[in-house]
Design a protein around this ligand. Structure first.
Ligand code: ACM
Length: 539
């Protein structure tokens, strides 16, 4: 059985199975409604099966049950000639993942949006599958700030995540290059902050710009739809509002947020370059009150336990030069600018905790101490995650050396913009989220793992697809399946299953990087393949 991610246990295939046709009925126990709706909508569109409600005991039936002897996200799927198809979920989410496996058993046609003309029956071989995830946080970050992805593309990515049993969508909504979420009380964030005049063409060492405005944002209604669409698919959306760095778009909209005693913040525009930006928030009460207002609206829109506050790459030069920032350091009795950054982060840690949420931030937030409930996204390698887990903080492992999917997937000439580390499909398949330095007890703080898709070099959906796939399929298996140690993983077996997975991705219309052959259409003429500073020699 060519399933991705690979399940825990598969008995079969055995002789005999089921044939689905226009007579096949769907029986759904109470509590299984999300999967019932999803199966009818998805298989109705793809195969033309209407799956009307029917009795529990038929042979030509798909039955959905809950079974609390299973793990909440676990399921069993049984296909037998005698009893049809039974999917049992430990909870509503487990059932939904079982339905995703069932769709894979139906073949690539089940991934279309309209049926193959004239085809009316689909065979599924007899099989019993027992499955449950290794990690509870199986994430994908999409950076919609550097390049905006319209709502429709985001909903499509939620479907692609669901097809790979990923369940946390880290929505990177703000950055120096654009602010992407409507905030009613601060309308200029999107009126002025969501558009930039031009865009750096290629990576940050490139001398070229594309002289074309770029932007866009999600209304609060769009966000509510995205969150609801994700929830139907048992995906949690974790919003990221990046502070106190990565804030030039906000400062361009509201100059009083910047360090106006050392820079002319009134003349700042939304940033048109890549890299670490020097324009960061001023450490003032004005900034705190402004962002409390932002977060109040964010909490209304996003019901997630975790709220991501960024906290990465905050350049300190302006704070060093700013008399106002220095006065703040003195007034608070802090040692230096690093402690000022911690003070800023801790303010929102306390603020979120008081509202029943938990703060999560990039590993830089560890530098100044955190509230007990705060969690860390470990991106600069494993080190931040190890420190955090040892200190009792929860961790999401997303080291840039391993799972930054904007980085190139081959060292050859064909790759579009040669940024970052070379990470092949096999490298991602051999990624291990739990480092051996952690004890079993500490390792329990690793909530899971996340692949990050930054979009400086990916200006549209086709380019995002090319960077993300097929590596997201390998990542999904790392996040879901109980794979052996990296060196013992069977990449050949994964390749055999990928051969069956590519036709599914084709049916879904994913513009993945093809496994063989030239890819000249991806190259961008004039973009320099220069290494980026501080990166290892293979960059
Ligand atoms: C990051 O890549 N700056 C989190």
């Amino acid at each position: 059985m060519e399933l991705i991610p690979v399940p825990r246990a598969v008995e079969g295939p055995v002789r005999g199975g089921v044939r689905l046709d226009g007579e096949t009925v769907l029986w759904a126990a109470p509590g299984t409604e999300t999967t019932e709706r999803w199966l009818r909508a998805t298989l109705g569109a793809a195969l033309g099966l209407s799956l009307p409600p029917g009795p529990e005991d038929g042979r030509n039936a798909v039955r959905l049950h809950l079974d609390d002897t299973l793990e909440p996200e676990g399921y069993t799927l049984a296909v037998t000639a005698e009893a049809g198809v039974d999917i049992r979920g430990g909870g509503a989410a487990g059932l939904f993942w079982g339905a995703q496996t069932f769709r894979q058993l139906l073949g690539p046609e089940a991934f279309r949006r309209a049926p193959v003309t004239g085809k009316r029956e689909w065979e599924v071989a007899g099989v019993t599958i027992h499955d449950a995830p290794r990690f509870r946080w199986r994430g994908l970050l999409l950076d919609v700030a550097r390049h905006f992805m319209p709502k429709d593309g985001v909903l499509r990515y939620l479907d692609l995540m669901a097809a790979h049993k990923l369940n946390v969508f880290h929505f990177h909504l703000t950055d120096d290059q654009g602010w992407r979420v409507e905030i009613r009380r601060h309308p200029k964030l999107t009126e002025a902050g969501s558009w930039r005049a031009r865009t750096k063409f290629g990576h940050r060492a490139s001398p070229l710009w594309e002289e074309k405005p770029h932007g866009g944002f999600y209304t609060q209604d769009d966000i509510r739809e995205i969150v609801a669409y994700a929830a139907e698919r048992h995906i949690t959306v974790v919003p990221e509002i990046d502070v106190p760095g990565h804030s030039q778009a906000a400062i361009a909209a509201y100059p009083e947020l910047g360090n106006s005693d050392v820079v002319d913040t009134a003349s700042l525009t939304v940033w048109d370059n890549w890299g670490v930006c020097e324009n960061v928030l001023a450490p003032t009460d004005t900034s705190l009150r402004f962002y409390e207002g932002v977060f109040e609206e964010i909490l209304e829109l996003f019901p997630s336990e975790f709220i991501h506050i960024g906290g990465d790459e905050c350049a300190k030069d302006q704070w060093r030069r700013s008399p106002a920032a220095q006065a703040r350091i003195a007034e608070l009795g802090l040692a230096d600018e690093e402690e000022l950054q911690s003070w800023f982060v801790r303010h929102f840690d306390t603020w979120l905790t008081a509202r029943g949420r938990r703060l999560i931030g990039w590993d830089e937030i560890l530098e100044g101490g955190l509230a007990d409930g705060a969690a860390v996204s470990s991106w600069r390698g494993y080190a931040g995650g190890i420190t955090a887990a040892r200190a009792g903080h929860d961790v999401v492992m997303c080291p840039e050396q391993q799972v930054y999917l904007d980085h190139r997937q081959d060292g050859g000439e064909d790759e579009p913009v040669p940024i970052g580390y070379v990470r092949t499909l096999e490298d991602v398949y051999r990624f291990e989220p739990v480092p051996p330095q952690l004890t079993e007890e500490q390792a329990r703080h690793v909530l899971g793992t996340q692949a990050n898709v930054w979009t400086e070099a990916t200006e549209d959906q086709a380019r995002v697809d090319y960077q993300t796939f097929p590596r997201l399929a390998a990542f999904a298996e790392v996040a879901w399946s109980a794979l052996p140690a990296p060196g013992a993983r069977d990449f050949e077996d994964f390749g055999r299953r990928m051969a069956a997975h590519y036709p599914r991705l084709d049916a879904l219309g994913v513009a993945y990087r093809p496994p063989t052959g030239p890819r000249p259409w991806q190259r961008r003429p004039g973009v320099l393949g220069r290494p980026i500073e501080g990166a290892p020699p293979n960059v």
